[in-house]
Ligand binder design. Structure first.
Ligand code: FES
Length: 635
């Protein structure tokens, strides 16, 4: 049997007996959004059956109208003869899609403000070798070792890759060389006169569950040469770390997942280097920052134990890798450093984030919140540090939300409800020059929408819709009965409506409750209250677009003076950058990891109670949200 895509290339995609359309497309390298990894529960992998007979199930995620129009879930569609399908735009993942990079404004300024200096873990040493003669048969390597001894570089390791070019390199530089080395291993040889002059480069890499970011940096100066980012193509196997762990362990897809992320990283390293005429062999150091699952997958380590009680990862402190071992587009003997992880769900990205925030250098007690695909928090100062993972899930990135999507073009990112139930929306990419219609709603839009619905009395404290006589009968602002119960229409256009359903609101309340309960449990665990927190550092791609006021009304962020909140953007990449340009920061990251105490919230007494109380808007204990209560009184 074969499958063809309407309007696509005249290509017949083979379909095996019992193979789902999703799997057949994957095999042909055509990827659909598959948030649940093909379990039939997310409803995102939609296709339209145009011709041919197929068995479909999982209809619970499609309305009757949608099914009648031919829509089906690719992961639950099994052809019974040759079929022709159409793939709606929303279902497709464009691999290699570029996404916006949130760059720290002044990276070098950050280094000096933290009292650091540019001093990367790769450095050069001038060596003068005695040239061989007919009477002196000492090998090239022994000759090099002898020259290195007086420089304190005894015992340096030499990779096969380095040795394969050694003889020629020594003769080319006429036995006077600059030896580049990192982490106790030789990296490269260049003419002695070029020591400190010839430009060498490094890459800081953030492997996020959703996005991958690469900074290409000049090592000698710490200057950011270029940055690139892309969606982590692993999303084709599921949106969250759990579905990927399942794919790696039960689905035998460990190598596939490692390769997928590696291709993304190498694509970005190659592209950024090429743009500036830089040879990738001149990239001599890479620092990887990612959550525990992403780090394990990058290393090709089985991640199964991460999700099984007692939730212990295979590795917390990763040894140094060579560029060739890692498979990265860089010098094969170059060094690859992986930020240390704390626990199964608190990884190197959080260590990087805490490093970049500088909170462990001050006496004041600070809270660090990374609101990304999962939600991790840390509290502490220069003396102590405690951390927890909130299991908020990826709903703020669109997963599990009827019209949820990531913060890309067409996503509703802001919502205002005007008197008379009018709806004003802000859509990413829509401006004077270009008209972009709303296709879905992203995390910041969800927070805006729910806090507005609550403040305007359209939903109650439990997030349930309140009947409104002034609501329009149809279109934006109306509350209608959908296939999954009541829903609020945010936008209605020729290509369909974007709504927020009662179920969406429940899911968002669960996520915000997990984050708030994580914060309050952690703070109570260390014997403090929110009043003791002097700074709240908010990180994560999502953190860039977060409206603090609205997030407080939702009850996700604590109701404390707003000047205490500091937005840091993507701190995983900032921390990786710091580690790249200064070995001192790498050591500091290790210290942070060693002093961070992990609190397992799932067994922490009190977490469930905090979570249940936080499921309400903004919270069952109104004294915790005084400014929100005042707003409600005055409405
Ligand atoms: Fe098909 Fe989730 S419903 S991948």
């Amino acid at each position: 049997m074969n499958l063809r895509i309407k309007g696509g290339p005249e290509q017949n995609i083979p379909l095996k007996e019992g193979q789902s359309v999703l799997d057949a497309l994957k095999a042909a390298e055509i990827y659909l959004t598959a948030s649940c990894g093909g379990k039939g529960t997310c409803g995102k992998c939609r296709i339209k059956l145009i011709e041919g007979r197929a068995r479909t199930d999982g209809a619970a995620k499609l309305t009757l109208e949608e099914r009648e129009s031919g829509l089906a879930l690719a992961c639950r569609t099994f052809a019974e003869e040759d079929i022709v399908i159409d793939i709606p735009e929303n279902s497709r993942i464009v691999v290699g899609d570029k996404i916006a990079v949130s760059r720290a404004k002044d990276l070098l300024g950050l280094v000096s403000s933290m009292g650091g200096s540019v001093s990367p873990a790769v450095s050069g040493a001038r060596v003068e070798l005695v040239p061989p003669t007919i009477g002196d048969h000492t090998s090239d390597l022994d000759r090099l070792r002898l020259a290195l001894e007086p420089l304190g570089l005894k015992g340096l390791n030499f990779s096969r890759d380095f040795l394969s070019g050694l003889g020629e390199a020594l003769r080319t530089v006429n036995w006077q060389a600059c030896l580049r080395h990192a982490g106790g291993s030789a990296v490269s040889l260049m003419p002695a006169g070029d020591c400190g002059k010839n430009k060498k480069f490094g890459a800081a890499v953030d492997i996020g569950t959703t996005t991958i970011v690469v900074y290409l940096v000049e090592l000698e100066t710490g200057k950011l040469i270029d940055a690139g980012s892309t969606y982590n193509s692993q999303i084709r196997y599921g949106d969250d770390v759990i579905t990927r762990i399942v794919h790696a362990t039960e689905g035998g897809g460990l190598d596939e997942l490692r390769e997928t992320a590696l291709q993304d990283i190498n694509g970005l390293m190659n592209a950024t280097a090429q743009r500036h005429g830089i040879k990738t062999s001149d990239i001599e150091l890479t620092v990887i920052s990612g959550n525990t699952t992403m780090s394990h997958l990058f290393w090709g380590l089985p991640p199964g134990s991460i999700r099984e009680e007692p939730y212990v990862p295979a590795v917390s402190y990763f040894p140094l890798l060579k560029g060739a071992e890692a498979g990265l587009s860089m010098n094969r003997s170059g060094a690859v450093y992986t930020m240390p992880c704390i626990a199964s769900y608190v990884g190197g990205d959080i260590v990087s984030g805490v490093l970049a925030s500088g909170m462990t250098r001050k006496e004041e007690i600070a809270l660090f919140m990374d609101i990304g695909t999962n939600g991790e928090v840390a509290v502490g100062n220069n003396e102590w540090l405690m951390t927890a993972a909130c299991s908020a899930g990826p709903c703020f990135e669109g997963s599990g939300i009827r019209h949820g999507m990531r913060a890309t073009e067409g996503a509703i990112e802001s919502v205002k409800i005007t008197p008379g139930m009018g709806v004003e929306i802000g859509v990413i990419g829509n401006n004077q020059a270009k008209r972009v219609s709303a296709r879905g709603i992203c995390g910041s839009g969800m927070i805006d929408a729910i806090s507005e619905l609550f403040l305007k009395g359209i939903i109650d404290r439990k997030g349930k819709f309140v009947p409104r006589a002034d609501a329009p009968a149809a279109g934006a602002g109306s509350i209608r009965q959908g296939d999954w119960g009541p829903e609020f229409v945010l936008f209605e256009g020729p290509s369909g409506a974007v709504t927020l359903t009662g179920v969406d609101i429940e899911n968002i309340l669960r996520a915000k409750a997990a984050i708030y309960a994580g914060v309050s449990t952690l703070i109570k665990e260390v014997g403090l209250d929110l009043g003791a927190i002097e700074k709240v550092y908010i990180a994560g791609g999502f953190g860039n677009y977060l409206n603090v006021e609205k997030a407080v009304i939702l009850g996700m962020l604590p109701d404390i003076p707003r000047e205490k909140f500091v937005f840091l953007g993507n701190t995983s990449i900032t921390g990786a950058y710091l580690g790249l340009v200064s070995e001192g920061f790498l050591r500091e990251a290790e210290e942070i990891a060693s002093k961070m105490t992990y609190l397992e919230l799932s067994v922490s007494p009190g977490f469930m109670e905090e979570y249940m109380s936080a499921l309400f808007l903004p919270h069952t204990d109104s004294s915790q949200f005084p400014t929100v209560e005042r707003l409600l009184e005055g409405r």
